[in-house]
Design a protein around this ligand. Structure first.
Ligand SMILES: Cc1ncc(COP(=O)(O)O)c(C=O)c1O
Length: 475
């Protein structure tokens, strides 16, 4: 925030805060009394009280009874337990987010930018060499008959392997339910199109993944946001109220390791969600791209595991857990599968076969679970490391999630920190961020930030995180 836009008390508070951060005022030291500051600065007592109050709410000073204000020891950033669910308005909002997404995230593609704002983990975490060997083997064997056989739902071998894997995790999929798509993004878009028409209302989490908002925008749908707990996901009570009040066409949720919060709905909550939506005959589009990236011992069941009526359109991909760039995803769309298949046929006919066959071969070799164990371990270790950096370098009062999987942290910075201004400032230092305004239709999360911490052992990332924290002190 520039000095011209600050009121007098904010300006005074900023100056004192700068003094504390620069070590001019040390922990335990008493601030000048209100009377002294009035005389020194030529301001009124109420200005000083307001400034000291602001410093107190930022956690920089504390008031001691009948003694005055004292500088606090540097406070560690608080944890997700204190990060509250946002309270969305419940109003249907037309979506116009795409321009902002292009503008803000275009920079993640530049090689000289440290992509804290990107949605992909570090490439060195993926078995690209083994995938290349699988690709070469698959290509040599590519029999012409399978080319037409793989239209439109995808390669039979890959679909079979996926079905077996889901069954092992307690999710029986119907024989013809799976459609292989161009990444999860296509699966999600086709599913959304299958269950809506322009003008419909779609419930999304608050905050939600910006690409979900882009998909709504593309299909001329309206977003209604539902309160979402940073740890346990969608508030089922709030959703029930919403469903009573408005004609909802679909819900688009990420029940496991939600992007950006990292929230994981407990199995009972997922079951309650599926049952509630089944009672209202509202389809659930489940985005499960991070389901395999659990830090705990077991893969959390997807909401699809509780689907008895075919109302869950489950979407996932290999993009985050095995093969970024291969663009292989899928939809298991329940009773909507025939519609999704038809939409797939009329939009792109089929998904490129070489990628599908390479992945089918890789999975048949049997190394996927070993790779996943290593990947999860690397990501979980890096999360701990990144949390320490956040706690050490970001302004006191910053709250941060501690997800049980995935590789994002969601930061709630002190309210006066403008995350968009921080984004632009960081950009000048060749660092990208994903500012909170990208994650809601009404751009509410103004002092929030999603950070990608999926880059273990990269000193550039550590340096960027440190610098970003320091920059956040002065925007
Ligand atoms: C929550 C979520 N869903 C879907 C996607 C897109 O997945 P894919 O790359 O497989 O299209 C992403 C990618 O960032 C994501 O974060």
């Amino acid at each position: 925030m520039s000095a011209e836009r600050l009121t007098r008390y904010q300006q005074l508070a900023e100056e004192i805060a700068d003094g504390i951060r620069a070590g001019l005022l040390r922990p335990g030291e008493r601030l000048p009394s209100v009377r002294q500051t009035c005389e020194l600065r030529g301001v009124s007592p109420s200005t000083v009280f307001q400034a000291y109050g602001q410093l107190e709410s930022q956690g920089l000073v504390e008031a001691r009874a009948r003694s005055g204000f004292y500088v606090r020891a540097a406070k560690r950033a608080t944890r997700s337990t204190t990060l509250q669910a946002a309270k969305p308005s419940g109003e249907a909002t037309p979506v116009a987010i795409s321009e902002l997404v292009f503008e803000l995230l275009g920079s993640t593609r530049d090689a000289d930018v440290v992509p804290l704002g990107s949605a992909f983990p570090a490439p060195h975490l993926f078995p690209f060499e083994a995938l290349a060997r699988s690709g070469a083997r698959a290509m040599r064997r590519l029999p012409a008959a399978r080319i037409t056989g793989a239209l439109t739902a995808g390669d039979g071998g890959l679909r079979q392997t996926l079905r077996r894997r889901y069954a092992l995790h307690g999710v029986p999929l119907a024989e013809d339910e799976l459609v292989i798509t161009n990444g999860a993004m296509e699966a999600l878009n086709l599913c959304l199109q299958a269950v809506t028409k322009p003008g419909d209302l779609v419930v999304v989490e608050s905050p939600t993944f910006y690409a979900a908002l882009q998909a709504l925008e593309r299909l001329h749908l309206k977003a209604v946001e539902v309160a979402t707990d940073p740890r346990e996901g969608v508030d089922i009570g709030a959703l029930a109220v919403l469903l009573e009040r408005q004609p909802v066409a679909a819900c688009w949720f990420m029940p496991s390791f939600q992007n950006p919060l990292g929230a994981l709905m407990p199995p009972e909550r997922k079951q309650a969600l599926v049952e509630l939506l089944a009672r209202h005959r509202v389809p659930l589009i489940e985005d499960d791209v991070y389901g395999e990236l659990h830090a705990g011992a077991r893969r959390p069941p997807p909401a699809k595991a509780f689907d008895r009526e075919g109302g869950v359109l489950h979407c996932a991909s290999f993009s985050k857990c095995l093969a970024p760039g291969y663009r292989v995803g899928w939809a298991a769309a329940g009773r909507y599968a025939p519609v999704v298949e038809r939409l797939k046929m009329s939009s792109s006919l089929a998904t490129a076969l070489p990628s599908q066959l390479a992945l089918a071969d890789y999975l048949a070799q049997g190394g996927f679970d070993r790779h996943l164990r290593r990947l999860r371990e690397a990501l979980a270790g890096q999360q701990q490391h990144a949390l320490k950096l956040v706690e050490r370098h970001f302004p006191s009062g910053t709250r941060v999630t501690r997800p049980l999987g995935g590789y994002f942290l969601w930061l709630e910075l002190p309210p006066q920190v403008d995350a968009l201004a921080l984004h632009h400032k960081a950009r000048a230092h060749h660092i990208s961020t994903a500012p909170g305004v990208l994650f809601s239709a009404d751009r509410r999360f103004t002092h929030h930030l999603r950070l990608n911490v999926g880059h273990p052992g990269d000193p550039r990332f550590d340096g960027a995180l440190r610098l970003l924290g320091e920059l956040a002190h002065s925007v």
